[in-house]
Every structure is written in C-alpha cells, then in structure tokens.
Design a protein around this ligand. Structure first.
Ligand code: PLP
Length: 383
C-alpha cells in the first residue's frame, strides 16, 4: 500500500515506539511520588520538557504536555469561559475543527465570534485580521499551516499587527500542528501567547501534544496540579518522553525532509497538471509554491465526488483523504475551501494528498501512473 495521508497521522518511528515501551516498563512510577522511582520519573519528564522546549525555540516553563492538539486548542478557547461571557473572539475561517468547534462553543455560550476569511490563495492577510479586532476582543486564533491546502499563514506578521492595535489585552493563539518539523517553527519569534503541537504528526505517539503558553492562563480543569495546573492528571510519561524525542528528530531532519518533499510535491503537481480537467487548489500554488507546505496538496477531479475518488484510490492501494480526517466524521462539506471562494462543484471533487519523510519517488510515480490511467475515465463518465 502507498500511504499518502501523513497530515492525518504518520507511521510511528520504530525506535520511538521502542522508547515508549521501555519507559512504560521501567518508569511506571508517578512523577509526583516522592520516592526514588517517582523522582526518576520526574527527572525523565523534565528532560523531555527540555528537549521539547529547545526544539521549539522556547524555555521549559512555557511547555505544558497535553493529550494532543485538540486538547491544547480547547484549553485556550474554554479558558475564556472563566472570564466573561460577552467578549469577542477572532478566528480564521480555515482553522482545524479542533479550534473551529471550540469557537462555535463559545458562540453558543454568549461570545461573539468573527471568522476571517483568507484570500483566494488560502492565505489570510494581517490587515484583514486586524480589521476584525474590536475593543472587546479577547482572543485571536490563526493556524500556521493549513491542514487541507498547506497554505502558510503570516502568523508573525498577524501577531505584530494585532499587538500594535490592541497591545497585550488580546491573547493570540496559533495551531502549529502541520508546521512543526516541516517549516521552521520558533515559538518565541512567532510572537504568540499560545500554540498547539501534536506528536503523532511527526512519527511520535498518538494522544500526546503540547500546549505552549507564554504566560499561564486560567483553565477549566481542576485536579492534582500537574503541568502547573494547566493540564492536571497523571502525566503520560511514555508518550511524553517518546513524543519529545520524535519532536527532536523531526526538527533535526526538517531541512532535508522539506527539500525532498518539495521535489516530490513538484513532481506530483506536474504529473497531475498533465491530466485534463484536474485542478490544483488553490491555483496560486502553481505560481508561488513557497507559500505552501510541500507536504500537503488538495486537488480536484471534477465532477467526480471526492469520496468516490478516495474510495477508488483506496481499493487500488492508495491511502488519501477527503479534506481533513476529522471533518470526515461530520459530513459538513468543505468549510475551508468554501471560505477561499472555491466553487462547490470543484471543492466537492477534491481530495487531500499528504506526504512525509518516508514517501519515495516510486510512491509518487506509482500514484501518478494509476491516476492517469484510471481517473480520466471516471471523470468522463461522471460528466
Ligand atoms: N490541528 C491541526 C491543524 C491538525 O491537522 C490536527 C490533526 O488532526 C489537529 C489539530 C488535532 O491534533 P490531535 O490529533 O493531536 O488532537
């Protein structure tokens, strides 16, 4: 099988799995326990935090381990519920559902939410975001790399512009899940108040993530005070240790991996463009490829429904997805592509292809060979 769904989850690194198992066996004591075994677990937790902090360009006291990016995003959004119920939130219209749905939750509970649409290239402008900021805005959330189009958002410029307008009053959050290990991520340089990371996107374990917080916030959780109260609960030490090591490796190999991905993505796009009627989304991707992650591509085969393409490819041994894996539970259409102004008949026929450091030239050639042989007929019949 050819796995082209790395943005949904990546195959675990065998050495990372082994490390996770060893920690589970050898360091099962509770890191909060005061005996020697507990202290040893506490020390391993500290070392993992140091590794994670170093890899993300920040310091240990700003790293909080969570159960994944969904939880990290939720902690930030729901923290507003402890403040007031009449504030205002600005979010991009292209956020992953784990940041988008919490914004809708706040809306249901009395907050006003403004969602800022990207331009047709899938990228937000700092001007558009700042324009949405009001005197009662409490939170601005804009992801760094979109998980469907790969569009890189100018988060640093957005943060600067929002600060200039509103100072420290506004909390600026960024979901950097699809950026870590793929494009340079220096959290301090990004200038945000918080950020979310997920370990299973770069060959680490599932169910482990990071919430970066430049300063602590009030959270809806109450418990044993672990993670300085930001995420109480006995720490998932095997996941945290293995995930932090996966993070170190992903960041160390980033440049090499991105170069290879750019080459493969270039070839993939070139091959797809040779097929009549196929549309790369957004089309700006062809003229300014440097503004997109080379690991993610959305492509449309009108008028065949994306689900049909996905199924046909699956039967032939290729794993791709229709948009975000998380959105596939909801049957909610294509919110991200809609926000970019892509006509429904085009977005309806799209799939997402995402690659990783283990994707080979052969994988891409095999995919292109199959796509060029089988999909044009499908497109003709559907017309
Ligand atoms: N944010 C983005 C951009 C994602 O692509 C994902 C992937 O599922 C998530 C958040 C959720 O991460 P997790 O699976 O760790 O909850």
């Amino acid at each position: 099988r050819v796995y082209l769904d790395w943005a949904a989850s990546s195959p675990p690194d065998p050495e990372i799995l082994d490390l996770q198992r060893r920690v589970a066996e050898d360091m099962f004591a509770n890191p909060s326990s005061l005996h020697t075994m507990g202290r040893k677990a506490q020390e391993a937790l500290h070392q993992a935090r140091e590794k994670a902090a170093l890899s993300l360009g920040t310091t240990t006291e700003r790293i909080y381990f969570t159960s994944g990016a969904t939880e990290s995003n939720n902690i930030v959004f729901t923290s507003l519920l402890l403040r007031r119920r009449d504030g205002h939130v600005v979010t991009s219209a292209i956020e992953h559902s784990s940041a988008w749905e919490p914004a809708l939750l706040l809306k249901r509970l009395g907050y006003e939410v403004t969602s800022v649409r990207p331009r047709s290239d899938g990228i937000l402008t700092p001007e558009d975001v700042v324009e949405a900021v009001r005197p009662d805005t409490l939170l601005v959330s804009v992801m760094l790399v979109n998980n469907e189009t790969g569009a890189i958002q100018p988060v640093r410029e957005i943060a600067e512009a929002v600060r200039e307008r509103a100072g420290r009053r506004v909390h600026i959050h960024s979901d950097v899940v699809q950026a870590v290990g793929k494009i340079p991520v220096d959290l301090e340089a990004l200038g945000v108040d918080s950020a979310s990371v997920s370990m299973h996107k770069f060959r680490g374990p599932r169910g482990v993530g990071i919430l970066y917080l430049a300063r602590q916030i009030e959270v809806l959780y109450a418990g044993g005070g672990q993670e300085w109260g930001m995420r109480p609960g006995t720490e998932n030490l095997p996941g945290i240790v293995a995930g932090s090591e996966a993070l170190v490796r992903a960041v160390r190999r980033r440049e090499e991996g991105a170069e290879q991905a750019s080459r493969l993505m270039g070839r993939l796009i070139e091959g797809l463009c040779e097929m009549k009627g196929v549309q790369i989304l957004p089309e700006e991707r062809l003229t300014v490829p440097e503004r997109y992650s080379p690991f993610i591509l959305t492509v449309s085969f009108p008028p065949v429904p994306g689900e049909v393409i996905q199924r046909v490819l699956n039967d032939a041994g290729f794993a791709v997805s229709t948009g975000s894996a998380c959105a596939s539970h909801k049957g909610k259409g294509r919110r991200v592509l809609d926000a970019m102004g892509i006509p429904e008949e085009v977005s309806f026929s799209s799939i997402r292809i995402s690659i990783g450091p283990d994707t080979t030239e052969d994988d891409i050639e095999e995919f292109l060979r199959y796509a060029r042989k089988e999909l044009p007929l499908l497109m003709k019949v559907a017309r």
